[in-house]
Design a protein around this ligand. Sequence first.
Ligand SMILES: NC(=O)c1ccc[n+]([C@@H]2O[C@H](COP(=O)([O-])OP(=O)(O)OC[C@H]3O[C@@H](n4cnc5c(N)ncnc54)[C@H](OP(=O)(O)O)[C@@H]3O)[C@@H](O)[C@H]2O)c1
Length: 333
Amino acid sequence: MPTGVNRQILLVEKPVGKLGPEHFRLVEAPLPEPQDGEALVRVKLISLDAANRAWMYGATYRPELETNAVMAGGGIAEVVESKAPGLAVGDLVFGDTGWQDYAAAPGNRLSKLPRVEPLTHLLSVYGIAGLTAYFGLLDVGRPETGETVVVSAAAGSVGSLVGQIAKIKGCRVIGIAGGAEKCRWLIEHLGFDAAVDYKDDGLFKALRAAAPKGIDVYFDNVGGAVLEACLPLMNVHGRVACCGAISQYDGAPAAAGPRGVPGLIVVKRLIMQGFIVMDYFGQRDRAIADLSAWVEAGKLKVEEDVIDGLENTPAALIGLLAGENRGKRMVRL
Ligand SMILES: NC(=O)c1ccc[n+]([C@@H]2O[C@H](COP(=O)([O-])OP(=O)(O)OC[C@H]3O[C@@H](n4cnc5c(N)ncnc54)[C@H](OP(=O)(O)O)[C@@H]3O)[C@@H](O)[C@H]2O)c1
């Protein structure tokens, strides 16, 4: 049994406007004692996700966050003591460890993981981001070879994989991201066919120029004005995979739009489908087999943005919401 303190980051207040450092506090607590059926785990990597911010609004697909409790978040951890059947000291697991050095968690809430090199890939391409991109694009968006796929938050963890998988499937791929430099990076580094800066005026015109044959699949990570710009450009029988709505997460006033709904949905016979990656966990093996084959063949670049130090986790999330990251952002403890 390890001894020492457990550094924890508490969510002390739920933000009304933008998320700031004042909403968190670093504290020290004794190490938790695992109860029967639980394992004590040492957290190694904390996943930073746009959804961390969305959870602060209330119950979603997970229970409401409590204030003055450890901030929730997914993490990769190593078992250091086990009273849970099927888990042994040294096992590597994924679970909702929260933002802390150690967590005691029920064994049935921890998923055992293989050891891969680098370990960070378990949070990026083989983690939630990779599975979200894979199932959201292929099962919800269902792109065909030669079709045009548009993805927003394209330089982020999910988006950067969506665009590359669409290229692997033989599609024309257009990324939407913030800033000329990110857009250039999408084309030159990730091999997208075109990229559009949504922070520039004239998003609709720029998208129309980049997608002269219209859009067949729009993978929507952001909602709001970007979704509104894409809808009129959708082709008949196009698919919109609704993955998230990051433009609405960080204190933005509720969007009035998108305009054109439901008229455009009817006229163009569009399918707009939301999905949550957890629904696909039973099919994970199929995705991991494809993703690892593409990574090993050099067809899929894995972009990771690793920040060191538990104490830097709040700033890392605030920065992600402001678009600092390229690819999967995580904190290494
Ligand atoms: N459905 C599911 O099961 C599931 C699972 C995982 C994630 N998601 C969703 O996937 C999306 C991406 O999440 P992530 O965790 O991978 O984050 P991420 O894409 O790595 O980072 C978020 C990016 O969003 C962009 N962004 C921030 N504010 C924006 C705004 N107002 N309008 C447009 N873009 C904005 C920023 O890039 P720019 O510089 O380009 O602005 C930022 O880098 C989120 O909507 C999340 O909720 C859904």
